[in-house]
Design a protein around this ligand. Structure first.
Ligand code: DC
Length: 214
């Protein structure tokens, strides 16, 4: 059982490289951010406020989250697109600070991995979910570069959000993600640190593939 764990802030390239590496190295890809997003989506859908912790915990306890053919399902509903909206993005980080919710999702993440060879990305994979992972990576880039990547991605998809707005949203999320009580994004000495600032996606993939396979 091989576990490749990747952590890093929003826009550091984790998702993109993890998907490519999963194909190249024959690993099952698990996007844990999508799981927090799916719970945030259900919260909004049920008209629950992000501060109503007990109700959110109840939603999570009864939720079935599945990854099928690069799609994300919650309770049988395909929410692949819905979990990427600005509304979900706005509340996902505060929701992910709920300690009990994290316990439920961490448990689910370990179960989804089972005893398969996986590549899992998020914020606390190298520290909480799989502290004994076979390989642990931390991907990073400056906030300007990360905001710029999101801005370009949005433009390609025809989504009109200004660079400044994206940068501010990432800045808030970084703060929330790094200073939460449990499962905070952090750097540790046993992670392989990769600064992706001046690297192409292919460069990052190649660097990681060499480590994983050689
Ligand atoms: O990777 P992402 O941007 O899709 O993640 C959405 C949010 O979920 C992120 O702001 C923090 C939270 N998250 C988390 O707390 N722990 C994880 N393992 C993954 C994501």
């Amino acid at each position: 059982m091989k576990i490749v764990a990747i952590d890093g802030p929003a826009g550091s390239g984790k998702g993109t490289v993890a998907k490519i590496l999963a194909n190249k190295c024959n690993l099952v890809y698990i996007d844990t951010g999508a799981m927090y997003r799916a719970i945030a989506y259900l919260t909004l859908k049920n008209g629950i406020n992000k501060d109503e912790e007990d109700k959110i915990i109840e939603l999570a306890k009864n939720a079935v989250i599945e990854f099928v053919d690069e799609k994300v399902f919650i309770n049988g509903e395909d929410v692949t697109k819905e979990i990427r909206t600005m509304e979900v993005t706005r509340i996902v980080s505060p929701i992910s600070s709920i300690v009990k919710l994290r316990e439920i999702l961490v448990d689910m993440q370990r179960k989804i991995a089972g005893n398969k060879d996986v590549i899992m990305e998020g914020r606390d994979i190298t520290t909480v979910v799989f502290p004994n992972a076979t390989y642990k990576f931390y991907l990073d880039a400056s906030i300007e570069e990360r905001a710029n990547r999101r801005f370009k991605e949005n433009q390609e998809k025809g989504i009109n959000v200004s660079y400044e707005e994206i940068k501010e949203s990432i800045r808030k999320r970084d703060y929330n993600d790094m200073y939460k009580e449990v499962g905070a994004l952090m750097r540790t000495e046993d992670q392989i640190y990769i600064n992706t600032e001046h690297l192409t996606i292919e460069d990052v993939v190649e660097k990681m593939r060499k480590i994983i396979e050689e």
